[in-house]
Ligand binder design. Structure first.
Ligand code: GLU
Length: 610
């Protein structure tokens, strides 16, 4: 079997040699081969570990943890579809990357079946009883973490319903078999990765200790966090996954599991929430028409609202379309590459304008329409040309939202950005042997979500993606809390198509809170304008503005870049920018493998294929 390895594969040799699978078997099932004990890519949990990019001819999967990627690879090798692989990957991520995503959270999945793009919205919903003042206390918005920890922030999880819907339409292998990797790993135990261990040591993980279930799972009896290399078994999660595998997602949404979730949320000692069994029973994943836009030679399609991500990226690229970015390639910073000052200037200014519109206009479309009723007004060439004309040689500082011509709806304002984004969320890209593709970003929101655990999985704190304040000076805020509503997201799973051939040429996305938009935009400009491969584009220093300071990635940019931006009037903030980009691109050169994948050097992801 041709299991392709990265060229500097030493870290992975032991793992991959333990993963050999017999020849591909036909549906309906996967026969999972768990990796040999104790083997995992020993890469740094923080900092930067160079990655070479990976090639494959037939299929490929990119995910944030080697065990998850490998589960997806085995599904694809067994003849599974891209959706099948995404399901197996997600279940393993629930176990091995619990800080970021899982069945207690939500996801957006963008799918290409060679005829059409479809999106699946598994975003969490606010409990029916939630009101706009959910995160207000004494007339003021709560502190962010005060809202996060406990039951208050927990939305109805959407992951399983969304994956079930996608599997009904695009699954090839039996649903049941896709849970085998996670069940086996949960029962036999997986090795705690350096990144998980590091995050458990951080102050941000302290509230886990107050939840008896989470404390018993993540900490030793003496109170120390489980160290990297520890074998961790999760029989409670294995039992839930076995149930869901045998009887479908419904067992999660109705019955004892749902009862336990609601009880955990409502019974929280200091910060109870409103989620009921009826909220769980009533949850529906949705398919939505993709949000598509053109950029130069390409057509990009991604998740529409309630995500603000692809819309903001479409606006940024639309504003940049009149600029010759190809003439502004990255420059040398010692042995590294960094974006040029002029490119950072232009992209950051476009970002300010897009984030200003995002803050004003974007919310769950089932509750608040975009100006003009769809994304068309905010993406119209005339509107974006007018917005782009605001970009000059000097930074504009703070941008204000625009007034698209079709604007005929009440203007709502959003509260200021919330507190620091902690590392969370996960991105998965897949192409299967038939050319179907998935771009899926999945989250429990903040690191370790609401920091409460039920039956071996963590519950999300997605409701803190709503505006804490429902209005400003009496003007309602579009993204205020309302019963049944989905909080606005920044997750930007995208697929890129060649406009002429119609071929899918890239699947990409990232975690990173509201900075996701800038991270993904960087990869798009890097690949489409600068001709970088997807790994080079992912590895390029992160940068951009969220309509505040111009943010540059700490330890990755030169003082000259900082100075040049300051000279253009930018307020520069050099800071960690922990993206978790994953991407797969089609290569055009003859004689080359068809697929090339990249994983973020800032996290533990790898790509595998055949
Ligand atoms: N919950 C965030 C969103 O949906 C993502 C958080 C993160 O990436 O850390 O936009």
């Amino acid at each position: 079997m041709n299991h392709l390895l990265p060229s500097n594969a030493t870290l992975f040799v032991a793992l991959s040699s333990a993963l050999l699978l017999g020849c591909a078997t036909a549906p309906p099932g996967l026969v999972y081969q768990p990796p040999a004990a104790g083997l995992q890519a020993p890469e740094a949990a923080s900092g930067f570990t160079d990655k070479p990019g990976w090639s494959a001819n037939k299929f490929m999967v990119a995910a944030a943890n080697p065990l998850a990627t490998d589960a997806g690879r085995q599904v694809l090798a067994a003849g599974g579809s891209a959706v099948d692989a995404a399901i197996a990957v997600q279940m393993v991520l629930t176990l091995v990357e619990p800080q970021s995503s899982g069945i207690g959270g939500g996801l957006f999945l963008v799918h290409w079946d060679q005829k059409q793009v479809q999106t699946y919205d598994g975003r969490e919903t606010a409990p029916a009883a939630a009101t706009p003042d959910l995160f207000m206390k004494d007339g003021k918005p709560m502190a962010f973490m005060e809202g996060v920890v406990g039951g208050r922030s927990v939305g109805t999880p959407g992951v399983l319903r969304a994956l079930e819907l996608a599997h009904r339409q695009h699954g090839k292998l039996a649903w049941k078999s896709l849970f085998q990797p996670a069940i086996q790993l949960a029962e036999q135990g997986f090795i705690v990765s350096p990144r998980l261990a590091t995050l458990l040591r951080e102050d941000s993980a302290k509230p886990l200790r107050n939840d008896p279930t989470a404390a018993a799972y993540f900490f030793e009896p003496d109170g120390s966090p489980k160290a990297a290399g520890t074998r961790l078994r999760n029989p409670a999660l294995a039992a839930v996954l076995r149930d869901v595998a045998e009887r479908g997602a419904g067992v999660f949404y109705e019955g004892p599991i749902a009862r336990d979730i609601a009880a955990k949320v409502r019974g929280h000692a200091t910060n109870p929430g409103l989620l009921t069994e009826a909220d769980l029973a009533g949850y529906r994943a949705k398919t939505r028409d993709p949000l598509c836009f053109d950029y130069r030679l390409w057509r990009l399609c991604g998740m529409p609202p309630p995500s603000s991500g692809p819309l903001a990226i479409g606006q940024m690229l639309g504003m940049l379309a009149g600029r010759n970015l190809a003439a502004l390639p990255p420059v040398k910073n010692g042995a590294l590459l960094e974006p040029s000052a002029e490119a950072v200037h232009l992209i950051s200014e476009a970002g300010r304008l897009a984030y200003a519109d995002r803050g004003r206009f974007v919310a769950d479309p089932d509750f608040t329409s975009l100006p003009g009723g769809s994304a068309a007004a905010l993406l119209s060439p005339a509107y974006l040309a007018q917005r782009a004309s605001l970009i000059t040689d000097r930074s504009m500082g703070r941008a204000t939202p625009g007034t698209p011509a079709m604007l005929g709806v009440p203007v709502a304002r959003l509260a200021d950005d919330r507190s620091p984004e902690l590392p969370s969320t996960s991105h998965v890209s897949v192409v299967d042997a038939n050319g179907n593709a998935v771009s899926m970003t999945t989250t429990i929101e903040n690191v370790f979500g609401a920091q409460i655990m039920v039956r071996g999985f963590l519950l999300n704190n997605e409701l803190t993606d709503f505006s804490f304040a429902p209005s400003e000076n009496g003007v309602p805020i579009a993204n205020r809390v309302e019963g049944g509503k989905r909080p606005r997201s920044s997750m930007s799973p995208l697929l890129v198509f060649d406009k002429v051939s119609g071929q899918m040429v890239m699947s990409v996305g990232s975690p990173g809170g509201s900075a996701i938009i800038n991270y993904v935009a960087k990869v798009l400009v890097g690949t489409l304008d600068w001709g970088l491969d997807v790994q080079q584009a992912i590895s390029l220093p992160n940068f951009g503005s969220r309509n505040g300071p111009t943010e540059l990635e700490q330890d990755r940019v030169s003082p000259a870049l900082v100075d040049a931006l300051k000279a253009k009037g930018h307020e520069v903030r050099v800071m960690p920018q922990t993206s978790g980009l994953q991407g797969i691109q089609r290569r055009s050169g003859s004689g080359q493998p068809v697929w090339f994948g990249g994983a973020d050097p800032r996290r533990e992801g790898v790509v595998m294929g055949q």
